[in-house]
Design a protein around this ligand. Structure first.
Ligand code: VGL
Ligand code: ZN
Length: 214
């Protein structure tokens, strides 16, 4: 059985991983997650307590293959078959260098020690902070965390059922002790994806915290 995590954010071996808290995932954005902005305050509280803080930033080129607009006759939230398997299509979002790709303006982004950009390859989407959607291409985050001797991760951000869950599941499979701070996450919830990913995270031994740790 996986050891339970007390999510002590101040520990040298613990990393806070802030996932995709970007304007396009917040109300008014191109792929707005309901109440996405609500995560900013609890995440800032955790940043203030954490010794190690890493963030991800969804970072797509124009005409990215995950955009419905790139595919003739496709609409957002439909799926297509890509070379690496099934891919959900999204509205254009988090385009490199745009306001939509920026972190939420109230997020304490100055505290980020490392920012992992993902989804920058035209032909591959990336939900996870560790592996792109082909499940082979690596982002380099695992090497960075290993080098820094961080072996426990506390995750929060957007969206619970996509980038947060994919990152948490990959982290657990890579051997990290993983907690997800549910009050500091919000979901897209497409066709039961939230319930399915909560089950998958529980099955993987990931601790789902219902409070904001210090
Ligand atoms: C995300 C869909 C597409 C996320 C990113 O951050 O959860 N979801 N790109
Ligand atoms: Zn994206």
């Amino acid at each position: 059985m996986r050891k339970q995590n007390n999510a002590n954010l101040g520990a040298a071996s613990t990393g806070l991983l802030v996932i995709d808290v970007q304007n396009d995932f917040c109300p008014g954005g191109q792929l707005a997650v309901q109440d996405g902005n609500i995560v900013v305050d609890p995440i800032n509280q955790m940043i203030a307590c954490a010794q190690n803080v890493v963030a991800t930033q969804d970072w797509h080129p124009q005409g990215h293959s995950s955009f419905a607009s790139t595919h003739p006759d496709k609409t957002p939230f439909e799926a297509v078959e890509m070379s690496y398997g099934k891919q959900t299509l999204w509205p254009d979002h988090c385009i490199q260098g745009t306001n939509g790709a920026d972190f939420h303006k109230l997020l304490q982004a100055d505290a980020f020690q490392m920012i992992v950009r993902k989804g920058f390859r035209q032909a591959i989407d990336s939900y996870s902070a560790f592996f792109e959607n082909d499940r082979k291409t690596i982002t380099g985050l695992d090497g960075y965390l290993r080098n820094r001797q961080i072996d426990r991760l506390v995750l929060a951000g957007l969206a619970t059922d996509y980038c947060v869950a994919f990152s948490a599941l990959d982290a657990a499979s890579l051997g990290y002790n993983v907690s997800v701070v549910m009050p500091a996450c919000r979901a897209i919830d497409l066709e039961g994806s939230l319930a399915a990913q909560i089950m998958a995270m529980r099955d993987a031994g990931i601790e789902l915290l219902e409070y904001v740790p210090a």
